[in-house]
Design a protein around this ligand. Structure first.
Ligand code: FAD
Length: 403
């Protein structure tokens, strides 16, 4: 009997098959992943795992035996090379064909890399996406090593925090005017710039990378201001692209990711998509999120619909980042904000940044301030907007603003 097939053994794929088995006890389920290990969590890769504070097994979302116990066939080291929608089959590299009744794509995203012409193919140049990437770069994390980080987004900053904490000399270059330019207000960026500089990271904003130098292995870098620096290795954190290769080849609609409806259905009703690779309707717009909560919740909606139920995804975006002893929690999406309010917290290094569009609260960045995060998240989800004056007054009890 043709069963359910899920391509991509990551966060969304693992959540999808677990939910699907709960609601559909009988149909065969196959999860196909190209990596050599069972599905794992990626957030610790640039945090505790890179720091050496987390064991490999704890990265795994479920022990490998879970899949067998749940009668889910887990195919590791298996890459799908194409989808034949007419025959309802997926084709593995090597030529094997597998038939599906319903198919899901949870192929995630691919890190942007530097072209070979600027040294992107030299040894010692690492992306930050997979366990294999982290295991490769971890060898270079020895005290005193010189590390160049290209890109001042959350991934680059998290890698910088680990490197600095482990005693490396870190230079971080950001080609835009400031770090976190695409994702956060300048007040949040300033908070993290100060934090990193206090830990000795040499942050250079408005400074791009011209090229990496070295014969076979990177030994240096020339920056856009003409400066040359010596480096032992380089970490590239310049963003990711949704992995739409299979979907595109199969003729599915693409729109900043695989286009799905609120039920995680692609333009082919037998094919679903979820996680980093999928763009979906959200409050009158179409968005794509790169976060764990999105991967899980959207995948579970796909699972319910693959089992014949009728579920819709109502995204409630939230995200987090850990750098040194600071936990940043973000509620909502700040896209389109026109002003912000900074609220000092009760303790040192505690602060929250509230994003408004007109009178409407859109998002909150809470640095070591779980209360501001919790209240902000509940307000955004409940469509409640406090006044900017009330939020900005440190004497206001946030809970009193909940209405
Ligand atoms: P992935 O987990 O990337 O899984 C996709 C899988 O599909 C991969 O294993 C890939 O190899 C496989 N695949 C692709 N094509 C094929 C094919 N043709 N055949 C077989 N297999 C295929 N999110 C947060 O919310 N908070 C954080 O703090 C945070 N930190 C992060 C830190 C790092 C270093 C990284 C890399 C990500 C972080 N994220 C964080 C983002 C989060 O991990 C992702 O949003 C999440 O993993 C997306 O899940 P996914 O299943 O869509 O993709």
């Amino acid at each position: 009997m043709a069963g359910h097939i899920v391509i991509g053994g990551g966060q969304a794929g693992a959540a999808l098959v677990a939910k699907l088995r709960q609601v559909d006890p009988d149909t065969p389920i196959t999860l196909i992943g190209e990596e050599s290990v069972p599905p794992y969590q990626r957030p610790p890769l640039s945090k505790k795992y890179l720091m050496g504070e987390m064991e490999l097994e704890r990265l795994f979302l479920r022990p490998e035996r879970f899949y067998a116990e749940q009668n889910i066939t887990l195919r590791l080291n298996a890459r799908v090379s194409s989808i034949d929608r007419t025959a309802c089959q997926v084709v593995l590299e090597g030529g094997e064909h597998l038939s599906y009744r319903a198919l899901a794509l949870t192929t995630g995203s691919t890190p942007r890399t530097l072209p070979a012409a600027v040294g992107g193919d030299l040894g010692g140049v690492y992306s930050v996406r997979s366990l294999a990437h982290i295991d490769a770069m971890a060898q270079g994390f020895t005290p005193g090593a010189r590390c160049l980080i290209v890109g001042g987004g959350y991934i680059g900053l998290e890698a910088a925090a680990v490197a600095a904490s482990r005693g490396l000399n870190v230079v971080l270059v950001e080609a835009m005017d400031r770090i976190l330019q695409r994702v956060a207000a300048s007040e949040t960026a300033s908070y993290f710039r100060d934090l990193h500089r206090a830990h000795g990271v040499d942050i250079r904003e408005g400074t791009g990378l011209k090229r990496l130098t070295g014969d076979t292995k990177v030994t240096g870098a020339v920056l856009s201001d003409g400066t040359s620096i010596e480096v032992d290795f380089a970490i590239i954190g310049i963003g990711i692209m949704p992995d739409v290769t299979l979907a595109e080849q199969a003729g599915l609609e693409i729109d900043n990711g695989i286009r799905v409806d609120a039920g995680s259905r692609t333009s082919d009703p037998a094919i679903f998509a979820a996680g980093d690779c999928a763009s979906f309707p959200y409050r009158g717009n179409r968005i794509r999120l790169e976060s764990v909560p999105n991967a899980i919740e959207q995948a579970e909606v796909a699972a319910l619909n693959m089992a014949g139920q009728s579920a819709e995804y109502g995204a409630k975006p939230w995200f987090w980042s850990d750098q040194y002893d600071v936990k940043l929690q973000i509620a909502g999406l700040n896209t389109g904000y026109d002003h912000i309010v900074v609220r000092p917290g009760a303790r040192e290094q505690t602060q929250s940044v509230w994003y408004f569009k007109g009178a409407q609260l859109l998002a909150v960045d809470a640095m070591n301030d779980p209360r501001a995060y919790m209240v902000g998240k509940r307000m955004i989800e409940g469509n409640i907007s406090p006044t900017a004056e009330a939020v900005g007054n440190p004497d206001t009890d946030l809970k009193s603003l909940m209405g």
